[in-house]
Design a protein. Sequence first.
Length: 183
Amino acid sequence: MDSAHVENDLVNVLFTEAQIQQRLQEMAQEIERDYEGEELLIVGILRGAVMVMADLARSFSRHIEMDWMAVSSYGSGTKSSGVVRILKDLDTDISGRHVVIVDEIIDTGLTLSWLTSNLTSRNPASVQIATLLRKPEALQMPVDVKYVGWDIPNEFVVGYGLDYREKYRNLRDIGTLAPHVYS
Ligand SMILES: O=P(O)(O)OC[C@H]1O[C@H](OP(=O)(O)OP(=O)(O)O)[C@H](O)[C@@H]1O
Ligand code: HPA
């Protein structure tokens, strides 16, 4: 499939690659200010957060450490299944550490609400959340999010790590899918 064909599947581009990079720069600066003089571990939630982690991490002008978790809540569809399972745990002992969880989207809030309490139970110095996107209208669980790229409408989005049935993660922009893709 060539890239023009893939772009045709998008009905609307919400954020371009340039806008995403600009916003991540701003978020990295904000995080740097907040954690000045402290060691910081950022934890990416596989697989969707790979792009955000790579670009956010390289936007810092200081040392940070990176670790990863994989959890499952969506399966292959577009609706959260309501059950969170750990597929891959952290390699790092986070007790006494400052942790920022990095994800690309908060939708129902289920995943991040569950993850926050899971990581908090490991006695870290602090746990905060950074997400590129958040859908306020879709929230079903309260999630305290410190760093948000953008709030977006309650529509299924793809690109920049976000998939529909494992496709579109490698798009550089973020957009909504045309109806013909779902049918
Ligand atoms: O707020 P929620 O409704 O819980 O949705 C948010 C979660 O859904 C996505 O992951 P997904 O389960 O699709 O896995 P993936 O990152 O492997 O695509 C995303 O990366 C978040 O972790
Ligand atoms: O809108 C979305 N798109 C892709 N994956 C997702 N996981 C939660 N919400 C979304």
